[in-house]
Ligand binder design. Structure first.
Ligand code: ATP
Length: 487
């Protein structure tokens, strides 16, 4: 089956965005997507269902700050398989024509949200939007990179369709932002779900097929944490998800899922996502504001130190002094940070914390290494061979036995060998953020995204990698150059 890489743009009749239906105790907004697909069988899916991750630094997220977007209409063009729910195939179409049943669809969506959302959790504030036109992309970029006020999200969708909210309705921010996403870069994830009778029990996925996923299905990523020896395609929470396999080639993912064996999924759905794209990163910001993820270049100011808990901190000079931190879960990545020395030039991508003021590292590029000088051993006496003594900072060496003096130049300082090389480094798979672009993608010529040059990718190849509320409505710093005009 041919899986279209790009579809559905420009001619899609309805955009349905949903967010904030789950709690830490269970459920998952993507599972609700499967229930929506089931309930809305009288309309067609146009393009892939979408899983859109938003700012990973906002404190009120449940887990991965994900929202969903389904594009609905009357399908046109060759259909393609995007899932299976209780034995029935789920099809999507590359293009769509308008449907008139907007109120009817909204009622059906409201019933599904009311049946499935975790209303008892005080932090769950569901909402959905059903729009005839998608909001401008600036809403997506602000929601993935910064904090958006609910009023700003509502004004971005005013006049475009219907919004329904429950409780404080904060979910409308994510729901609207998900519909505003126009992918510049994209990946895919096949999510498999468990039969309700198994929710909360141990997931039975054998490790060996997971270890082989990367070799058998080369576009997949973040499957197995080789450093920790751990399967990372299965969540550790009691939610309905059995596993999720991510990759650049949507055509590989259903087969990758089928290759696993173990617990049979009750249903699966293939999502188009912004995971692994670094869309959340603010490149070259003027200031490092809390709750944003920045990409900055600076010089190591002093030696790294390991603090209580095993976290490693290294101070850098940037526009302001900043601490870069590799937290304990980043395991061997901390050794890279520990190996830095004053004067090293580095590029750091990470989330800004207000207290203590620091950047939580997601990726690190060592640009240049400073020459570090080690003191040479005192020279031997040319007369008796005994090791000579130093007579102060600038003074000559003296032999205590024969009184011979030799100049300091007899023992020139030596350059200390460094334990790291220039190049890119990233934490192991198990401690990466959903949105973080894995180095595997960053440097893969095959998946080099629009505008990325192969030569640059080669030049920057990693030398070493461990494991693989209110914002001004226009804030151009948060927007990629190519969409500024769309604000
Ligand atoms: P899961 O990933 O398991 O679906 P979650 O981590 O997405 O859960 P939610 O329950 O969706 O968590 O909570 C996130 C809340 O934050 C939603 O109400 C969403 O509308 C809101 N939100 C998302 N991004 C932003 C943002 N950039 N600024 C302000 N609010 C946001």
């Amino acid at each position: 089956m041919d899986y279209p890489a790009r579809q559905g743009s420009g001619c899609v009749p309805l955009y349905l965005g949903v967010d904030d239906t789950d709690s830490l105790r269970g459920m998952c907004t993507t599972y609700l997507a499967t229930e929506l697909v089931r309930a809305l069988s009288h309309v067609d899916l146009i393009g892939y269902p979408r899983l859109v991750r938003l700012n990973p630094n906002i404190p009120w997220k449940t887990r991965g700050n994900g929202a969903i977007c389904l594009r609905l209409g009357r399908g046109r063009g060759p259909k393609f398989l995007v899932g299976e729910i209780e034995g029935r195939a789920v099809w999507a179409y590359p293009r769509g024509a308008a449907v008139s049943s907007m109120e009817y669809i909204a009622e059906a969506v409201a019933r599904i949200v009311e049946a499935w959302a975790e209303f008892d959790d005080p932090r769950t504030n569901p909402a959905f939007v059903l729009l005839r036109h998608r909001p401008r992309p600036g809403l997506y970029w602000r929601a993935v990179r910064d904090v958006v006020a609910k009023e700003d999200a509502l004004s971005a969708i005013r006049g475009l369709g219907i919004a329904r909210e429950w409780k404080n309705g904060r979910g409308v921010i994510g729901a609207a932002a998900a519909t505003a996403w126009r992918p510049r870069d994209r990946t895919y994830e096949v999510l498999a779900y468990r039969h309700p009778s198994r929710w909360g029990s141990r997931r039975e996925i054998p490790a060996e097929p997971v270890r082989r996923l990367g070799e058998r299905f080369p576009s997949t990523f973040n499957n197995y944490d080789w450093e920790e020896g751990r399967v990372v395609i299965t969540p550790r929470t009691p939610c309905p998800i059995l596993c999720g396999i991510r990759g650049d080639d949507p055509g590989e993912l259903p087969s990758a899922l089928a290759s696993l064996g173990g617990e049979p999924p009750d249903r699966w759905l293939l999502f188009e996502t912004n995971q692994g794209t670094d869309d959340h990163v603010l490149h070259h910001p003027e200031v490092a504001r809390p709750w944003t993820t920045v990409d900055i270049e600076g010089t190591v100011a002093s030696h790294p130190r390991t603090i209580v808990g095993g976290h490693v901190v290294v101070p850098v000079r940037w526009r302001e002094p900043l601490d870069l931190v590799a937290y304990e879960p980043s395991k061997g990545f901390r050794d890279v940070v520990r190996a830095l020395s004053p004067g090293d030039r580095v590029r750091a991508i990470g989330a800004v914390r207000e207290t203590p003021r620091s950047v939580n590292l997601e990726k690190l590029q060592v640009i240049t290494l400073a020459s570090t000088i080690a003191k040479a051993a005192n020279p031997p006496c040319p007369s008796c061979g005994k090791r000579m003594k130093s007579s102060g900072r600038a003074g000559p060496y003296r032999c205590r036995r024969c009184g011979v003096r030799r100049p300091q130049s007899d023992a020139p300082p030596v350059l200390r060998a460094r334990e790291i090389d220039p190049g890119w480094y990233e934490p192991p798979v198990g401690s990466r953020r959903h949105l973080s672009q894995p180095l595997k993608r960053r440097f893969s010529a095959r998946f080099d995204r629009k505008g990325g040059s192969r030569q640059n990718a080669q030049q920057g190849l990693p030398q070493f990698s461990r494991g693989a509320d209110s914002l001004p409505t226009t804030s151009p710093a948060y927007l990629p150059a190519d969409i500024k005009e769309d604000l």
